[in-house]
Design a protein around this ligand. Structure first.
Ligand SMILES: [Zn+2]
Length: 357
């Protein structure tokens, strides 16, 4: 198995197309064609993490945060970013980052927080639009089942609640051939309509091209602007029972293993609906308010931003590292579901640059 095979599975879980515009998820440094030995999973690919990878025989470092966001003009080892890159290259280590693309999938970073908090009925807090496409295929009736089945295998037909969804319409197609009598020919066809995530378009096209070699198949793909509830930042869910706010925050502190929670005034008697976003998620505050969250748990909130919570909800900042620390478990779990005997270790280095007195 090569490193690119592991990455292909990772990108089927968190497609790079879902990353934010400022992000730099994907390969940071390394050789996709190298034979995969073992992965080290971390939040931040620091020098200490690279040393750990060397010591543990790992030639793939899977990090949540990309170590490079902008361009580098010189690599001389003058800062930790350059030293990490040099160390990775010298030791044949590939560094790969799954950042906002992993934040944006329904089973990603924020879902992990929901699971730890025991939230129920979880859904994406800010569903993205422009993620879905519609496919219409005109297909001879006898082959329709085979075409549909192949499309499901390529990733079509999945919604937030159902799999293998399609709308099918029987119709008559006609064509005229001037060399035959009668000139016009009519035949029955099935129009299959379904949806797919834009990230699966390559596989869908491959499937259609394969059938087109032996079948008269006409198809049309068009973008859909509807929001897609399976993709987007943040999540919202509810506690099994309403809780006293201070009791909730005390439990949150323990569950998320954070030494400190900064929060707005506890003005509600009870809380039940909880919105979460791992990392710097303050920009999702309007979504949390619109969806009537009682509490919004995120990180990196600035002083003036706390005022914006006003009397809408309780805003709680649990720390950036603390909110995402279980992402490394998540990455291992997700990849182990896809790859049997996935050789991976979680870093034992605490890469949190923030200390508390
Ligand atoms: Zn982060």
């Amino acid at each position: 198995m090569k490193i690119k095979d592991i990455v292909a599975e990772l990108e089927s879980i968190a497609p790079l197309k879902y990353q934010e515009g400022y992000d730099n998820s994907g390969y940071i440094v390394g050789t996709p064609d190298a034979v995969f030995k073992k992965a080290l999973i971390c939040l931040d690919s620091t020098e200490a993490v690279l040393d750990e990878a060397i010591e543990k025989g790992c030639n793939l470092v899977i990090a949540h945060h990309p170590i490079i966001f902008g361009g580098l003009k010189k690599i001389t080892g003058k800062n930790y970013v350059e030293r990490v890159i040099m160390k990775a290259i010298k030791n044949d280590i590939t560094i790969y980052a799954a950042h906002t693309n992993l934040d944006s999938v329904h089973n990603g970073v924020s879902r992990k927080i929901c699971d730890r908090l025991g939230l129920q009925h979880c859904r994406v807090l800010a569903p993205q639009s422009g993620v879905l496409k519609k496919l219409s295929v005109l297909c001879p009736i006898p082959q329709a089942d085979a075409v549909r089945t192949a499309l499901w295998e390529a990733g079509a037909g999945q919604t937030a609640d159902h799999r293998e969804t399609s709308f099918n319409l029987l119709g008559i197609s006609t064509f005229t051939n001037s060399n035959t009598t009668p000139a016009e020919t009519q035949y029955g066809e099935l129009k299959i309509e379904t949806i797919f995530e834009a990230a699966a378009e390559g596989k869908i096209m491959q499937t259609l091209n394969t059938f087109s070699r032996s079948l008269r198949l006409y198809y049309e793909i068009s973008p859909i602007e509807n929001k897609y509830s399976n993709v987007g930042l943040g999540m919202i869910g509810c506690l099994p029972e309403p809780q006293d706010p201070s009791e909730f925050l005390t439990g949150l502190k323990t569950t998320m293993q954070t030494p400190c929670i900064r929060h707005t005034r506890l003005f509600r008697k009870k809380v039940q609906h909880v919105a979460v976003c791992g990392g710097a998620g303050f920009s999702l505050l309007p979504h949390a308010i619109a969806q009537r969250a009682d509490v919004f748990v995120t990180a990196d909130v600035k002083y003036h931003q706390f005022f914006d919570a006003d009397k809408h909800l309780i805003l709680a900042d649990i720390g950036h590292y603390e909110s995402e620390q279980f992402t490394i478990e998540l990455l291992k779990e997700l990849l182990s579901e896809k790859i049997s005997n996935f050789a991976a270790v979680l870093t034992s280095v605490n890469t949190n640059p923030v200390n508390y007195l």
